[in-house]
Write a protein that binds this ligand. Structure first.
Ligand code: CMC
Length: 379
């Protein structure tokens, strides 16, 4: 391997072949299994889309019914997992709690042959079903309350909002939340998916695969950006302050959270759909001042950085939607994780189909033949 072929961050280096999702970053197109995101967002549901991603095609009516039934059946978590979560510090970040809890699931469900389709299906169902329950449980536990049991009469998204708020959610809020999950379900070879695939390639258990992806998603350059966007909008505080704030940030060469993308050089199609969802919520529940700040910031960033291909990414408007749904800011990335489990599982399954352990090379730039100096001779 030579210095010429080295690409920091593996930028542009194909690390796998995949038929799960396709992005055209110049035209702002995203497809899941060949279907445009816009079509799925208006006509499908998160669970149907998760099925599409994992098994490659839209389910028949019967397949969907049985999938939804199995997810409902597996939503509950073992009391030992709840008890373990009660020992986590309340000040801990929800993503750390989720990573630990997802990994802990592996203690309860035995490792079986990864070529057994029943094992694959059951693991996928358990993870999709239990992760939202664990996210909601940690939120209640850290507030000093007992977690709420899942409600068998509610769909996936409505049930999550119910477990979080202990109230039956508004119909629009539940539909908007379901679309948010669908929009975040998959996004080709991003950092957390790569992390899931590297872990999967060792043929370890699927709970370890998801736990490693959760850990990767948490960083501010990846899923963690949605939390930072809201913090930034709060810090800006008013529409008048947008441009002075931006000037200062750019002078300091700081990144503006929620903008820019390795692949998209136009506005992320997910950001466009999320902005529309935010507007639907504002129309029903009242406009949010942070939305006006966000619109002004988008305009100002486009003027300054549009030529470089820096536009809003998925994280820019998602926080405003979650805020309106009453979700605390430090839970935003966990919501992203609930959705992305579908994509991670799809890549896990695809990886197992043609597995080769990831073992890239490195360019060694260190020293050679150094003598060992005993401690007493070191200065
Ligand atoms: N604000 C200001 N300038 C930016 C930004 C930004 N958000 N993003 C990129 N740039 C500039 C950067 O300074 C550089 O300029 P120059 O060529 O003059 O040095 C140029 O654009 C290329 O930037 P880069 O950091 O080399 O691009 P990248 O492909 O490595 O980074 C990114 C992509 C998403 C890490 C980056 O745009 C970023 O840090 N954005 C802010 C954090 C964020 O919103 N992350 C969420 C990403 S989308 C969801 C997800 O993947 O989870």
């Amino acid at each position: 391997m030579s210095v010429d072929t080295y690409r920091p961050g593996l930028e542009g280096v194909p690390a796998a072949k995949s038929s799960i999702s396709y992005i055209d970053g110049r035209q702002g197109i995203l497809e899941y299994r060949g279907i445009r995101l816009e079509e799925l967002a208006t006509q499908s549901t998160f669970l149907e889309t998760a099925y599409l991603l994992i098994w490659g095609q839209l389910p028949t009516k019967e397949e969907l019914k049985s999938f939804q039934h199995d997810i409902r059946y597996h939503r509950r978590i073992k009391y030992r997992i709840r008890d373990m979560m009660k020992c986590f510090p309340e000040s801990g970040h929800p993503m750390d709690a989720l990573q630990a809890s997802a990994a802990a699931l592996g203690l309860f469900y035995s490792r079986r042959a990864l070529d057994d389709p029943i094992y694959i299906r059951n693991a996928a169902i358990r993870l999709l079903a239990k992760i939202p329950t664990m996210v909601a449980a940690f939120q209640l536990i850290r507030q000093g309350n007992d977690p709420v049991q899942p409600c068998d009469d509610m769909d996936y998204a409505a049930n999550f909002l119910y477990m979080l708020t202990e109230r039956e959610p508004d119909e629009l809020a539940a539909r908007v939340f379901d679309v948010c999950l669908l929009l975040h379900a998959e996004h080709s070879m991003n950092a957390s998916t790569f992390s899931a695939m590297v872990t999967a390639s060792t043929l370890t258990d699927p709970y370890a695969v998801i736990a490693s992806a959760v850990g990767t998603l948490g960083g501010p350059l990846h899923g963690g950006a949605n939390e930072e966007v809201l913090t930034m909008l709060e810090e800006i505080g008013s529409v008048e302050n947008v441009r002075p704030y931006l000037e200062k940030k750019l002078e300091n060469k700081s990144k503006i959270m929620g903008f820019g993308h390795r692949v998209y050089k136009v506005k992320d199609p997910r950001a466009t759909i999320l902005q529309n969802l935010a507007e639907q919520l504002f129309e029903k529940f009242g406009r949010d001042v942070y939305y006006d700040i966000a619109i002004e910031l988008e305009q100002a960033v486009e003027e300054k950085l549009g030529a470089k291909g820096i536009y809003p990414n998925v994280d820019f408007y998602s926080g405003l939607v979650y805020r309106k749904l009453g979700i605390p800011t430090d839970m935003f990335t966990s919501i992203f994780a609930i959705a992305r489990v579908a994509g991670w599982l799809a890549h896990w399954k695809e990886q197992l189909g043609e597995n080769r352990i990831f073992r890239p090379a490195q360019l060694y730039v260190g020293m050679h033949d150094r003598p060992y100096i005993p401690p007493k001779e070191r200065t």
